[in-house]
Design a protein around this ligand. Sequence first.
Ligand code: PLP
Length: 488
Amino acid sequence: MTTRSNLDPADWAILRQQGHRMLDDMLDHLQTLRERPVWQPIPAALRAAFREPLPAQGQPLASVHQRFMTQVLPYSVGNAHPRFMGWVQGGGTPEGMLAEMLAAGLNANLGGRDQMPLEVERQIVHWMAELFGFPAGASGLFVTGSSMANFLALLVARTQALGPASRRSGVAASGPPLVAYAASTAHGCIAQAMAMAGLGSDALRRVPVDGRHQMDLGELRRQVAADRAAGLQPFLVVGTAGTVDVGAVDDLAGIADLARREALWFHVDGALGALGMLSADVAPLLEGIERADSIALDFHKWGQVPYDAGFVLVRQADAQLEAFASPEAYLARHPRGLAAGSPWPCDLGPDLSRGFRALKTWFTLMVHGRERLGAAIGQTCALARYLERRVAQSPRLELLAPVALNIVCFGLRGVDADRVHPELVADLQESGIAVPSTTRIDGRTAIRVAVVNHRTTAADIDALVDAVLSWTDARPTVHPPLREAEPA
Ligand SMILES: *Cc1c(COP(=O)(O)O)cnc(C)c1O
């Protein structure tokens, strides 16, 4: 019998050497990001190589790492790259990466029990409560992302509306159907959360937006009244702090007023924008967020924490406990020993086993501090305004939505936008020069640039604009030459 069952290395010295090599390779990668394409297509043969059977025998760590370096690393989405501007994704930091390594080494399970890693998570809950002006009795929880954070907040709101007994009796037995409200531009995960909560996505009223892409509060008021008149039970309004398509911020103070008058739970989807509170430039736009009953946010977007690090904050811990805490015997608490320290994260959400997402977030906040993180956030908005100016200065380009935060939607003037913009964007992505994306604004396809990455500079914006303009230069049939009358 020669097979060892212990999975630790036979020779720690070899492992240590290889580990240092892996760390150096990754730091080299981060240090030289700019020298590589943002993204490149996966070769068919490489994709096929990942359909091999489960290996019976192990291979040396060094050769598996070699495969990672050549076959995986070059073909990721590229959101760490300064010219990735396609979607709302953060760039990460080397410090966050190192913290993730420490967390994996510790291998802590943050479902509960009396351990210092939970105090790290609670520290961040306190910081967030402070940042958003929530009371000391607020509660919070790390989750995968804001899709999950929005879902958990919706479940808390649902339990508050129907009473804790509804956890046993179910939604169907709990009186008139619940209805919720969000702007038509709200993220798709809100409708998905309604579906998963058993309320149905049709019970999410999609309120029209005005010219600034903010929820129309007059329409919201009318819709709530109409639903009440129809015997339904309005229970929740979701305001968005930074819509994913154009970066618009709803009138959160106005929604807070209406939510109070109508006794609705006021949730803010702050996946993209809530951490704007760290920036003196952005914080005023978020006025009213301090009156929310709950907030979803993503540290992995503007917070630059490596994926994944979503977070839900609830104004009153009791409300969160009422939605999730349960009295299982194997989770019994005791005043001392490892079963102390209640409540535990497993009382605040559906996850029992949970990783130490709080550590990379704590490192990021500790190492950079709120001012520097806030400055990085402010910089992404300044770059969006710079792109807005470049678009305004080019007679061939037009702005397609107002720029509120860090997202710019624009297009080529006088083209068939639905045909040309997706081709242009795919060509740019495949060129590796820059990665924008598309979205639909007022029924037509727009080129969308979301500046989230702290590494992006004005030169990167210039490179993008230049690439767009040379693409059109190369295709005079797509874009007829300019007439003299147009401004230069
Ligand atoms: C990104 C985003 C989400 C979804 O968050 P995930 O972290 O991707 O799950 C929800 N709402 C908005 C406004 C977003 O920008």
